[in-house]
Write a protein that binds this ligand. Structure first.
Ligand SMILES: NC(=O)c1ccc[n+]([C@@H]2O[C@H](COP(=O)([O-])OP(=O)(O)OC[C@H]3O[C@@H](n4cnc5c(N)ncnc54)[C@H](O)[C@@H]3O)[C@@H](O)[C@H]2O)c1
Length: 286
């Protein structure tokens, strides 16, 4: 879950992003950027980690957020955190691997709001292994969530977005969709596919007024990564090694990824589509 620093109001969020703006130019009235008032968003996998941070951040910017997850307890925790800080959210049970679930989600959202403004395809699963160590079943398991899930949920909402000539899809890929990573053969294959889906969808639907971008983080400390660390014989050593691969000497935080999602969700990024927004502390820079 998010720490207390992230659950601030919108004005202080802006001050965090541009801390010198107010003090350097005192006569200028403060502007609240990235205002999502009257927008409806759905975030898949919002019951944990990056998805929870994105849901909370979009809600703090004024959006009504559907917290969609196959894990009801996690999802309800995120909804409770959003409501506790004055935001609006509702849990939506959803398994993105099931087309019928995705279609049901689209019908429910559109019956209530007539439209979905922002779709964040965040739900994802990981796994470790090179080719000899990775079974076909393991590749299929990751593909079903990471690729087919993005495909299913986007497909459920795209026609409504095209009809209204307005929509915004943000996919959470990975830096493993930009460069290969050792011992992540199946995971990287799925995340390269997410970047490909993103770029193809962006080209197809730019004339329809639908934007499609993806975010490509390096390691971010979430339950997903904590689980991976706990699978090693020496978790403390594994943590040190994982941190050492990051040029900035630390993992990212869910809030740092959520800030990028907020930018992409807002009208300020209207010219941004087809982008793979790398947030990796220079992991892929060399
Ligand atoms: N944490 C990282 O280091 C990192 C780095 C790069 C990219 N990512 C990507 O970010 C996304 C979120 O990762 P995280 O670290 O927050 O993971 P997490 O495991 O903390 O949370 C993932 C959430 O997705 C949900 N989920 C899984 N399968 C689902 C399905 N079929 N339908 C609906 N919900 C499902 C889980 O219940 C969980 O709540 C993933 O796509 C992941 O690949 C994570």
């Amino acid at each position: 879950m998010l720490n207390a620093k992230v659950r601030t109001d919108r004005t202080s969020f802006f001050e965090e992003v541009a801390p010198n703006f107010g003090s350097a130019r005192r006569t200028i009235q403060k502007t609240i950027m990235f205002d999502l008032t009257n927008k409806t968003a759905l975030v898949s996998g919002a019951g944990s980690g990056i998805g929870a941070a994105i849901a909370e951040t979009l809600a703090r910017a004024g959006a009504f957020v559907y917290v969609a997850d196959r894990d009801e307890d996690g999802g309800q925790n995120t909804v409770a955190a959003i409501r506790a800080s004055g935001g609006e959210a509702e849990f939506m049970p959803l398994d993105v691997t099931r087309e019928a679930d995705c279609a049901r989600a689209a019908t429910a959202v559109c019956q209530r709001w007539e439209r979905l403004d922002i779709l964040v395809n965040n739900a994802g699963v990981g796994g470790v292994g090179n080719l000899p160590e990775t079974s076909g079943e393991e590749l299929d398991r990751m593909y079903a969530v990471n690729v087919r899930g993005v495909f299913n949920l986007s497909k459920a909402f795209i026609e409504g977005m095209i009809a209204r000539k307005s929509g915004n899809i943000i996919n959470i890929a990975s830096v493993g969709g930009i460069v290969g990573i050792r011992d992540r053969v199946a995971y990287c294959a799925t995340k390269f596919a997410v970047v490909g889906l993103t770029k193809s969808m962006a080209l197809d639907h730019a004339p329809d007024g639908v934007r499609v971008n993806c975010i490509c983080p390096a390691r971010v400390e979430t339950p997903f990564v904590q689980q991976r660390i706990s699978e090693y014989a020496d978790p403390a050593q594994a943590r040190r090694e994982m941190t050492a691969t990051q040029p900035v000497g630390r993992m990212g935080t869910p809030a740092e990824i959520a800030a990028a999602a907020l930018y992409l969700a807002a009208d300020e990024s209207a010219f941004v589509t087809g982008s793979a927004f790398v947030i990796d502390g220079a992991y892929s820079a060399g």
